[in-house]
Design a protein around this ligand. Structure first.
Ligand code: PLP
Length: 488
């Protein structure tokens, strides 16, 4: 491909991206394809001779796109949002100009320095303490691929610090703490590192958030049992219900156990830190006071397209001591002078994409006010849905208090008097399956302490109140039909 062919194909790609995003709302949210549809449609081996780029682009439109789920659709209310933006796409395109792996400052100074600056900008946007700024040269921020990698890096750093303090403690005695509501990234990290993961049960009456006294009791018990907890993963905005751990109580408790690090996973809810009125409720002051590291995914609610996950640490040396491996071919005078950041020592992978470009385009084009407006709008829309549920107590109920833009609901026990909790769960499972048969709306299910329920979360940029009203009508009518079907 020469440059002129690239220009032509590039313009065509941009036109098609524009057509896609300007009409996505007119299409079903979910694809209608069956498993294996693409394998059946594509040849079983790559072509021997190179093919025309236009044919490939046409096949992308005709074969690949029909199998795509539209996470940016205004009626996508599942999982957590992937609220990527056009601004982010532009940033990613410009990042392609650099197309280099940027692992050391020397590899491409701009890539490292823009990451450094944008991570400080976003720390300020989110109201994080100065301790987390790169400009301190003590703490700092780094872009990870995702929250799971961020947690892994925090755990590896905490383990390394603990083992430096207590070299006599056998590795198999080390323990990672999470709660039953922590994202599966905690269990995954334990799996990869070969370490046990202890999950604290959390109570319905505490809104599924961890309390300081429970933590103290567990630490004392586990220590008496010869175990060595070395990190706790707290969550601000759990996946199932948006629960917020009591970071203040946890932090106060951990002051008595300074060997145990605190990592805060705010992968989804962290974007709401951008609005000062939500910071207290999101425990930002406590994060600033006590957390050793905190993660916020820009690529969830934060307007940047996948992948782009912020990790801020209070002490960068804990990362670099754990992760710096410098073979001769990676040595360079800048890195050894200690005057630059080599981000390969802050993450698991060596090569890294130029992700800060898209973050920079988003932060500049939205500005603090535009970013806040997006978050406040999602929360307002989420409140409309929660209110509609409350208005129909004879049919539906909120299972726990709504958390910002996330509501968790189910068919209410009063809709089917006399049925057992198991039967109610069975009914709600069927209710979810009935919603899930539809292509025009997308929601996900979960279980909260054994209760089967459905999650509804807003965050797509182009969702408007009428999409919420339509979604609620679908949820309500499907509930009525599911109850009727159950009773027959
Ligand atoms: N943490 C929370 C609270 C989440 O809800 C999720 C995913 O939904 C994750 C972490 C995982 O994020 P990632 O895919 O970036 O690893």
């Amino acid at each position: 491909m020469d440059i002129e062919q690239f220009r032509k194909a590039g313009y065509q790609a941009i036109d098609r991206i524009c057509d896609h995003y300007s009409s996505v709302q007119d299409r079903p949210v979910r694809p209608s394809v069956k498993p294996g549809y693409l394998r059946n449609a594509l040849p079983s081996a790559p072509p021997i001779k190179g093919e025309d780029i236009e044919d490939i682009a046409n096949d992308f439109q005709d074969l690949i796109m029909p199998g795509v789920m539209h996470w940016q659709h205004p009626s996508f209310f599942a999982y957590f949002p992937a609220a990527g933006t056009l601004e982010s796409i532009i940033g990613d395109l410009y990042a392609a100009t650099a197309m280099n792996p940027g692992f050391n400052w020397m590899c491409s100074p701009a890539c490292t320095e823009l990451e450094n600056v944008t991570m400080d900008w976003s720390a300020k946007l989110y109201g994080l303490s100065e301790d987390f700024l790169n400009s301190t040269n003590v703490g700092g921020g780094v872009i990870q691929t995702n929250a799971s990698d961020g947690a892994m890096v925090a755990i590896v750093a905490a383990r390394s610090r603990y083992q430096a303090l207590y070299p006599e403690v056998p590795t198999e005695k080390l323990v990672i703490y999470v709660t039953t509501q922590t994202h599966s990234l905690g269990l995954k990290a334990g799996l990869v590192l070969g370490l046990p993961v202890y999950a604290f049960p959390v109570r319905v009456e505490d809104n599924y958030s961890l309390r300081g006294e429970d933590l103290r009791e567990m630490i004392e018990m586990d220590r008496a049992d010869g175990k060595h907890p070395f990190i706790l993963i707290g969550t601000v905005g759990t996946t199932s219900s948006g629960a917020i751990d009591n970071i203040d109580e946890i932090g106060e408790t951990l002051l008595d156990y300074p060997d145990i690090r605190l990592h805060v996973d705010a992968a989804w809810l962290g974007a709401a830190f951008s609005c000062p009125e939500y910071r207290e409720r999101c425990r930002v002051p406590a994060i600033n006071k006590y957390a050793d590291s905190v993660c916020v995914n820009f690529h969830k609610w934060g307007l940047v397209s996948l992948d782009c996950s912020g990790l801020w640490v209070r002490d960068r040396e804990h990362l670099t001591r754990a992760l710096d491996i410098t073979p001769p071919f990676l040595r360079n005078p800048d890195g050894e002078s200690g005057t630059v950041v080599d981000y390969r020592n802050w993450s698991l992978a060596l090569g890294r994409r130029f992700r800060s470009a898209k973050l920079w385009f988003v932060l500049r084009s939205f500005g603090v006010e535009g970013y806040q407006a997006h978050i406040r709008k999602s929360i307002r829309l989420g409140e409309i849905f929660a209110e509609r549920v409350r208005q129909h107590p004879e049919t539906l109920e909120l299972v726990t208090s709504p958390s910002f833009s996330l509501s968790v609901f189910r068919i209410a026990p009063s809709a089917v008097p006399g049925v057992s909790e198991d039967e109610l769960n069975e009914l709600n499972e069927r209710y979810y399956q009935n919603i899930n048969k539809r292509k025009d709306i997308m929601l996900t299910q979960t279980k909260l302490n054994g209760t089967h329920c459905i999650r509804f979360v807003t965050g797509a940029q182009n969702t408007e109140p009428h999409h919420i009203e339509t979604a609620f009508r679908i949820c309500f009518e499907t509930a009525v039909a599911s109850i009727k079907e159950f009773m027959e």
